[in-house]
Design a protein around this ligand. Structure first.
Ligand code: GAP
Length: 572
């Protein structure tokens, strides 16, 4: 697991250093919305650039060593609402919600866990009996605690958590007992007495109210295109970038003459009116996705599914995410989204959770989306694939070279599908913000170093992979005289044409090192007397430890600096 981090301290650090700010903070912020500061915007751009470079411009060879053909798109956020009807989002993109009848707070039904308390085994059995009015998942999660020593009367409470284990841990018995009996004893009694006879689900927020039956809550943000706010003008902010790719499938095929298999990639904003944004930027209402729709022949789809699943996990490791913190998890049948034949979630052990949480989903979407859009738009031809090469080859020995003519000879559906079919799609769908959070958590290190007087001082070092680091190098003149500032500025100007670099001439060099460690700069280059005499600079590598136990410092010719930085950016 990533080292445990005090998340409040971490968020404070991210704010103070300029990685992440609360959106519209001076007005109290807005739940689920975040801004990236001067360092955060560089980090996130580096993440998106690395993904685009490694997945779109230079993906590794395919499973049989073949070149992979990938192109990009940048679609509008607001599209014809029919897109979302066809994709199933208007009808089905909803979380089951429960509402408290007193405080009116909304909870995701699948995040409310029921914990029962009993004073002995017989009472525990009765509790389970009581759960008969509950839904199937609730019964499964109801946990009877047997508190013989404290003689607790039976009761059932609802708690909000991501999993049963979290619920149990979070609400371990003593805490619940304190809450229920020491602080507000009457609240629970009230909740139990006024609950419907079937099953009593006290509100986890106010403890006074009862949760109602789960209802669907659509997660799409709505707006209106045009002056009139009528239903005909209703539009949606896209909840995923994927559909923009599907509806452009034909445009891309026609404009590029791509042949199967090939991928279309897009990075862009997505919006979801999440019921319960939480865990800092992990679940936000506005976020960015990095999605690929990889189109292939149905017969080859499993091979490509495995290829993308393995490649995507590996990619995170090449960017310094420890593989022990990455957990690929094949979703169970009951978890699969309506479109999916199989999905692997690449999960990461975020330090705020006891269990790995989704970083990316790699889904086998079959032909669901193209077929859904074909059915809704009526454009069946546009959303299918004609294997021209195969037809040209096979038709040499047929009575006609024209596919249209051949169709008139009443071939079977199976025969037609050999040449004309709906491709299957593999979709690696990653969140740029979730990855940014994982990168920040993974890079974050607290340690203690002795100051000039030997006192131990706590400091934070951000150990970013050089590709993701906001600044690649910092340039320091050792002193602000003897021509050093001029020489350092010259180097800075040369380097900034290629990389994001920082110039710092303020304070002792040790202090300057610390400032750069804190914002994750991998290299510091000092212009000193040796540079003035022999054009040799000192390069300090943050993450290579020298024989003295401190970051390694080496002397290199000034002309080599650019190459050194390149090397670090191109080796994984
Ligand atoms: N097109 C498929 C799709 O959108 P998803 O699992 O709903 O699938 C893909 O989302 C990725 O988008 C997730 O793995 C996650 O990284 C990111 N994501 C989804 N909802 C998010 C949210 N509310 N906040 C931040 N990132 C989110």
């Amino acid at each position: 697991m990533a080292a445990k981090i005090d998340m409040a301290k971490f968020a404070k650090f991210c704010k103070e250093t300029g990685f992440i700010f609360q959106s519209s903070e001076i007005y109290g912020g807005l739940n689920g919305f975040w801004d990236y500061g001067p360092l955060g915007v560089e980090l996130k751009k580096n993440i998106k650039d690395a993904w685009w470079q490694d997945m779109v411009r230079n993906p590794p060879p395919g499973p049989d060593g073949q070149e992979i053909r990938m192109v990009g798109l940048d679609c509008s956020i607001i599209m014809n609402p029919a897109v979302w009807v066809a994709s199933g989002h208007v009808g089905g993109f909803a979380d089951p919600m429960v509402n408290c009848n007193k405080c009116r707070k909304l909870f995701r039904a699948d995040k409310v866990w029921l914990i029962g308390f009993a004073d002995n085994r017989t009472e525990a059995a009765k509790l389970l009996e009581l759960s008969k009015g509950a839904t199937e998942s609730e019964v499964e999660t109801l946990t009877p605690y047997i508190a013989q020593q404290v003689m607790v009367p039976k009761l059932v409470i609802a708690v909000e958590a991501d999993s049963k284990e979290d619920a149990e841990r979070e609400y371990e018995l003593p805490k619940v007992l304190r809450k229920a009996f020491t602080n507000e004893p009457t609240k629970f009694v009230h909740a139990l007495n006024t609950a419907p006879p079937t099953f009593k689900r006290a509100c986890p927020a106010c403890d006074l109210g009862i949760l109602d039956e789960p209802r669907a809550f659509n997660l799409m943000f709505e707006s209106h295109a045009g002056a009139i706010q009528s239903d005909e003008n209703k539009v949606y902010l896209r909840p995923e970038t994927a559909q923009g790719i599907f509806v452009n499938y034909r445009n891309v095929l026609n404009s590029t003459r791509l042949k199967l298999p090939f991928g279309i990639a897009q990075i862009g904003k997505a919006f979801r009116n999440e019921i319960n944004p939480r865990n800092y930027i992990f679940r936000s209402r506005e976020f960015e996705q990095m999605e690929i729709e990889f189109f292939c022949r149905p017969s080859e789809s499993m091979k490509w599914y495995e290829y993308w699943r393995d490649l995507r996990k590996k990619w995170y490791s090449t960017l310094s995410i420890q593989s022990s913190n990455l957990v690929p998890r094949e979703q169970g049948k009951e978890e699969l989204a309506h479109y999916s034949i199989g999905t692997t979630d690449i999960e990461y052990m975020f330090p705020f959770s006891e269990e790995p949480q989704e970083l990316e989903g790699v889904a086998h979407r079959g032909s669901y989306d193209l077929e859904a859009h074909a059915a809704k738009s009526g454009k069946h031809d546009d959303l299918s694939y004609f294997d021209e090469e195969l037809w040209n080859n096979d038709s040499q020995t047929m009575s006609t070279r024209s596919f249209k003519e051949w169709l008139k000879s009443n071939p079977t559906a199976e025969q037609i599908a050999k040449y004309k079919f709906t491709p299957h799609v593999i979709e690696p769908s990653a969140g740029a913000d979730r990855f940014a959070l994982a990168v920040l958590c993974e890079a974050y290190h607290e340690d203690k170093i002795a100051d000039a007087k030997g006192n131990l001082d706590e400091r934070i070092v951000m150990r970013f992979h050089p590709r993701l680091a906001p600044f690649k190098a910092a340039i320091f003149p050792l002193v602000n005289k003897d021509g050093m500032p001029e020489k350092a500025m010259k180097l800075y100007r040369e380097l900034k044409a290629h990389f994001n670099v920082f110039y710092d001439d303020k304070g002792a060099v040790g202090r300057r090192y610390r400032r750069q460690d804190e914002i994750g700069t991998p290299f510091c280059i000092t212009i000193d007397g040796e540079t003035m005499a022999k054009d040799i600079v000192t390069i300090r590598e943050r993450d290579t430890i020298g024989p003295d136990g401190k970051p390694l410092q080496r002397s290199i010719p000034i002309g080599e600096v650019k190459n050194e930085i390149w090397k670090a950016l191109t080796t994984s």
